[in-house]
Design a protein around this ligand. Structure first.
Ligand SMILES: [Mn+2]
Length: 241
């Protein structure tokens, strides 16, 4: 029996990048089917304006996910900062299991903390303020209550603003805060953390209370390649998709 446990994040699927969508659909049709489980750690979609949005590529992705799960590979998903409006209706349609923003799993015997990663970027105070606001039920209901065409328009405006803000921010602010990493891992009794979001793939080693700790950062997918972090009993490796 194949024991591979796969982790991906930051595909940023959108109508404008069909090559990434094709790569992901192909990955679901082939590699994902031989895995024991697939974890998607946020920003699967470049924008998500509500589970009722059926514009492409959403229907194809929904049915491909449903098919993999039906065939026997469970898929777990955390939302990211771009697709945080993805919700229970999408989960019900696809069979995907939604994970909380901070999820501890038993990864082949080791408690492992999974996060998208944006919560760790505490130096970006303005973003964290927006994040708290946008996760309230009131904000959510206000946005999701708007007609679909208006949400499409707002998403376009939001994307432009986000590009503009990023240009003004220093690269340090956009990365995780090391103290936040340690306090978060300690609070969840984990010496291993896997996250995405920063698009700076790496494995960082450090110590927490004199114990060896590690932090895996997943790669984003682009027009040329995607990357999967693969765990099995013998260890881990990264695979190019
Ligand atoms: Mn992100």
């Amino acid at each position: 029996m194949n024991q591979d446990i796969l982790f991906i994040s930051d595909l940023h699927l959108s109508l404008g990048k069909p090559a990434i969508t094709r790569r992901f659909l192909n990955f679901l049709a082939t590699r994902a089917r031989s895995a024991q489980a697939l974890y998607i750690l946020g920003d699967l979609f470049d924008a998500w304006i509500g589970d009722d949005d059926n514009t492409p590529p959403n229907p194809a992705i929904r049915s491909a996910i449903q098919s993999v799960i039906g065939q026997g590979t469970p898929i777990f998903l955390q939302v990211g900062n771009r697709d945080f409006l993805l919700g229970p209706h999408f989960a019900a349609q696809t069979g995907i299991a939604l994970l909380p923003d901070l999820a501890v799993i038993d990864l082949l015997g080791t408690p492992t903390l999974l996060m998208h990663g944006d919560l760790l970027c505490t130096d970006d105070v303005a973003y964290q303020r927006f994040r708290s606001l946008s996760r309230t039920a009131e904000w959510r209901q206000n946005v999701l209550g708007k007609p679909l065409w208006l949400r499409h328009l707002a998403a376009r405006g939001y994307r432009l603003r986000s590009v503009w803000h990023k240009r003004k921010k220093s690269p340090d602010i956009m990365d995780v805060n090391p103290d936040t990493v340690i306090t978060t891992m300690r609070a969840h009794n984990c010496l291993r953390l896997i996250h995405g979001h920063t698009h700076r793939p790496a494995r960082h080693t450090f110590t927490i209370d004199q114990q060896a700790a590690e932090r895996f950062v997943l790669a984003d997918w682009n027009n040329h390649a995607g990357e999967v972090l693969c765990w099995r009993t013998a260890g881990w490796h990264r695979e190019v998709v």
